[in-house]
Design a protein around this ligand. Structure first.
Ligand SMILES: O=C(O)CCC(=O)C(=O)O
Length: 254
């Protein structure tokens, strides 16, 4: 569980690294599933935006009870898993993730999400670990982004340079099996990976069910902007009830 200091860190800085370690057996299983995924869909070698759409076997790891306990402390007892993606960044050819805030194109109203980022490899400065701008979430506003069409990027929305100061960034250095949790408004990004070591990271996106994942809004507004359609997303029950009564939750027996 997160202690008082760790909770304060999440609210102050926008992220926290809890005392959590995923079991090696599970990490090996995730690696295997990911290898199968990119063998079948080589275009996702660097980045797969929505792994559950291709293989629901990943679900088991997202709904890990210890992870859900941590998320519950941050966003309350009623929440759902609405996505999981894989930022794989292979050795020598790992694409950068431009500075951005999550949620530019997310059809969640009110916008709210806690992201769990699971390190499948040790994440270091050398292989392009995630970087955060501490405290950049505090005003709870989406800042100005522009489209960057460079193909060697995982994501294409990029924060305007005037919106942040890179000197304020901190490296998210994690060992294999560790996680971090970050706020939806936190500014973050990562460098390309030209090192001989891969830097795989799996994300799990959780929203409180006081918010609605609006499939209609996704269809009307955001579908053309993304490789995978938001309107097709299945929203998985994680804990509690659907407070909004407007989400279509899928229940699993995991
Ligand atoms: O792992 C990365 O390089 C980017 C991850 C990211 O943008 C996110 O977790 O929201």
């Amino acid at each position: 569980m997160l202690n008082k200091k760790q909770l304060e860190k999440y609210y102050e800085d926008g992220y926290v690294i809890p005392d959590f370690q995923m079991a090696e057996k599970e990490l090996l299983e995730i690696e295997k599933l990911h290898d199968q995924l990119i063998k079948k869909y080589p275009k996702y070698l660097n980045y797969c935006p929505a792994i559950l759409q291709y293989d629901e076997s990943f679900l088991k790891y997202c709904l890990n009870e210890k992870i859900l306990n941590l998320v519950e402390q941050l966003i309350g007892k009623d929440f759902a898993l609405w996505n999981s993606s894989f930022f794989a960044k292979p050795a020598f050819n790992g694409h950068a993730t431009p500075w951005h805030q999550d949620g530019q194109y997310w059809p969640i109203r009110p916008l709210a999400t806690c992201t769990v980022w699971l390190a499948i490899d040790d994440a270091t400065e050398e292989n392009g670990c995630l970087k955060f701008i501490k405290g950049s979430h505090r005003d709870k506003k989406l800042k100005k982004h522009e489209f960057n069409k460079n193909e060697n990027l995982t994501l294409h929305q990029e924060l305007l340079k005037t919106e942040y100061n890179e000197d304020d960034s901190v490296n998210l250095i994690l060992n294999r099996g560790q996680i971090s949790l970050h706020d939806v408004y936190l500014v973050h990004g990562s460098e390309a990976n030209f090192s001989p070591k891969s830097r795989r990271g799996m994300t799990m996106r959780f929203m409180p069910t006081t918010s609605v994942f609006d499939h209609k809004l996704a269809r009307e507004k955001y579908n053309n902007l993304n490789a995978s359609k938001y309107s097709d997303r299945k929203i998985y029950h994680a804990r509690g009830i659907d407070i909004s009564k407007k989400n279509i939750l899928h229940y699993t027996n995991m």
